[in-house]
Structure formats: C-alpha cells, structure tokens
Ligand binder design. Structure first.
Ligand code: HEM
Length: 362
C-alpha cells in the first residue's frame, strides 16, 4: 500500500498494478479520507503525548530517501513500521526471506480466492440465484455509490477482506485475552460466574439466551472492557491533520496523513495506559468501567469519531455470548504460566494460550 504511492516505474512489484490500485482505493475510501473533527477529537489523538514514540529523521533524509515528504515523522511502533517502510522502499521481491514478502504473496493468493467467489456471485446475480440483500459481496457488487459508480471486482475483494479481518481477528483476540485474564484472576472469574448463573437460573434447561440477557451481563462486559483496555486488538488507524499543530517537539502541518515515510496514526495502547485516565494502569481492574467509566476519548479500543467501529455492538454480543457459554460450563487453567504476547498484527499469546478445562460438577 505504501509503495503504490511511489512515482510509477521506481520499483517493481511481484503483484500486478491493478491489485495495488485496489489496495490504494481501499485505503483511500476506507481510511485516509477519514478525519476527526472538533476539539474533543484532537484531544483523543494527542492525549497520549507523554508516551507515543516520536522519531526525527536526519536532516539530509530527502537526499537519502527522495520520496520522503518531510524530515520528521511520528510513528507508533518505530521498529516494525520502519522495517516495513524500508523494505517497501527497496524491492520487496529481493527479500523473499522476510515475512513482509510472504505477506505480499499471501495477500495475492487471498485476493485470487476472493475474486473467484466474487465472479461466481456475479453469475448468481445475473441468473437470479441471489439478490443484492443476500450478503455483503452481492450488496457491494450491485449497489452504486452516490455518484452512480459501481465498485470493481478488486475493490469488492478488498472490502470483503477488510471486513473479514476487522471482524474476525479483533473479536477472537478479545475472547482469547478474556480467557487468559479469567484464568489469572480466580476472584474475577467467580464474579463473572455468579452473574452468568443468575441469568441461567431463570431459564428452563436448554433455553437459549434472548436479546435482553446481555443487558444483564454488566460485570462480564466490564471484564471484557478491561481486557480491551490492556490488550486492544486493533493497534490504531490513520488520520489526517485538519489543522497545523505541534506534537511534542514536532510541527505537524495541516493535511498530513500518510505517505511512504509519514504517518498520522493514533494508537489506543498508550492512551489506555495513561495514569491520568487509568490510575495504576497495569492493574487488571474491571471496576474502572462501573458508573460512567472513563472520560470520552480516553478509552478507544473501537476507535472514535465518525469512523468508530461499526461492528462494536456485534462484537459485544459475540464476546458476551461466548463468556456465558464457556464460563457457565467450565473453569480453566493456563498450561504456560508466563506465555508471551506477540503482535502479528493483532496481539496473540505466543503459543496459542493452551489451557486445561475443568467442567463444573453440576
Ligand atoms: C473486539 C472487536 C473489535 C474491535 C476491538 C474493533 C476495533 C476497530 C477499530 C479500532 C476500528 C477503527 C476505528 C477508527 O478508525 O476510529 C474499526 C473499524 C472497523 N470495524 Fe471493528 N472492531 C471489532 C469488531 C468488529 C466487527 C465484529 C465488525 C463487523 C462485523 C467490525 C467492522 C469494522 C469496520 C467495517 C471498520 C471500518 C469502519 C470505517 O472505516 O468507517 N469490527 N474496528
């Protein structure tokens, strides 16, 4: 995505031009067009000033990297992104041993697969075996934008792919870390179990949850919120600077958003660990979310502003239904007490969080 912004002909790619255009369009419509508006929004972006990593490029950066827009850049995770940027600037096919290159290849084959499904869906639509309201791909293929323009197959593939990643990986990450923290804090587990049993006891055996039940899972949701605070599944997102401003010692001019070396990128990790908003930030404490909870824009696992995650209520439902079923049936222990967390790009326990389940006796 980043390198598709280089002037044409400056690098060669193992994937074709159209696919890149698909990505850029995806980025443009889904990402870089979105900006925060208003004072509260600015606060959200910059309230984590004390922790965000800021990186100054050497003065002669333009000579070294002619496509750099500016000698200064602000990035959240210098090492990872720097590597991606540098590999992108050079020719990635020269780096076949890197995960970046394998990622590009994997992306290519996933797009191919999605394109096959989309073409089949198009035929189904023509043969009237399916209609626009059937699913996301049918909808994207048949409903034009405000200007009457239809999406290309590649754009449709990118949107579907983005939705799969955005909904699947984020929610499973949240659930995984709910399991981890409940194993680590038996008192908190007991509270969750008590709440879930009070719901289950009002049901006849085998009766499923209804729409009202999740409203009564307040404690379980506080636990999930605390998990999302400490381990936000999504590491942040791109934004555009709407006004000139100074961040730390760096001047950020209006209009900056994203190019090969510059990111305007917000991240929940640092804001969520700011003691001003979350006293003893490393402590796992679901009671932070009782009452009115944290102040606006201090707690941002789902982002904020006009582009806040549209799937957050579905995610809440999925997480709570999962907790109801698993806590209601089992207690568990972790098999690796000090398992590390890796971020690839969502956080995951390095060994997959192996656990031993103990069914409740009654
Ligand atoms: C725990 C689960 C989830 C987390 C932590 C999460 C987090 C996020 C975040 C941080 C953003 C960026 C928001 C921003 O830039 O301000 C986002 C965007 C998005 N999410 Fe989620 N999400 C979750 C679940 C879901 C689910 C279940 C769906 C769909 C069913 C979904 C669909 C989307 C979409 C389509 C966007 C892009 C919205 C746009 O750009 O306008 N997400 N999500």
């Amino acid at each position: 995505i980043f390198n598709s912004q280089l002037p044409p002909g400056t690098t060669s790619w193992p994937i074709n031009e159209k696919i890149l255009q698909g990505s850029v369009q995806n980025l443009t419509t889904f990402r870089t067009n979105c900006c925060f508006r208003g004072a509260a929004a600015n606060k959200f972006l910059f309230s984590n000033e004390n922790k965000l990593v800021s990186l100054a490029w050497p003065r002669n950066i333009r000579k070294i990297f002619p496509y750099s827009a500016t000698p200064t850049t602000t990035i959240a995770d210098s090492s990872l992104k720097l590597r991606v940027m540098l590999l992108g600037f050079l020719k990635p096919d020269k780096f076949a041993w890197t995960s970046f290159y394998r990622g590009i290849k994997a992306a290519h084959s996933i797009r191919k697969k999605l394109l096959g499904i989309i073409r089949q869906r198009k035929m189904d639509l023509v043969e009237k075996k399916s209609c626009h309201a059937d699913d996301l791909s049918s909808y994207l293929l048949t409903v034009p934008d405000d200007g009457g323009k239809f999406m290309s197959e590649l754009e449709t593939a990118d949107k579907i792919w983005g939705s799969i990643i955005g909904s699947q990986d984020s929610t499973t990450t949240a659930i995984t870390f709910v399991m981890k923290y409940l194993a680590e804090f038996p008192d908190i587990y007991d509270e969750v179990l008590k709440e879930q049993r009070s719901i289950a006891e009002k049901k006849i055996p085998g009766e499923p949850l209804n729409w009202k039940d999740p409203q009564n899972m307040k404690y379980a949701w506080n636990v999930a919120c605390e998990v999302l605070r400490l381990v936000p599944p999504i590491q942040g997102n791109f934004r555009e600077a709407l006004t000139d401003f100074t961040f730390s010692t760096f001047f950020i001019p209006k209009g900056w958003k994203l190019n090969i070396f510059v990111y305007i990128y917000w991240t929940p990790n640092t804001t969520h660990k700011n003691p001003e908003y979350f006293p003893q930030p490393e402590k796992f404490d679901p009671s932070r979310f009782e009452g009115t909870g944290p102040i606006p824009y201090a707690y941002i696992p789902f982002g904020g502003g006009p582009r806040i995650c549209p799937g957050k209520d579905i995610a809440r439902l999925v997480i709570l239904v999962f907790i109801y079923n698993v806590v209601g049936k089992f207690r568990w222990e972790k098999l690796i007490p000090d398992e590390n967390t890796v971020v690839v790009p969502v956080p995951l326990p390095a060994k997959g969080l192996p656990i031993r389940l103990y069914p409740h006796s009654t």
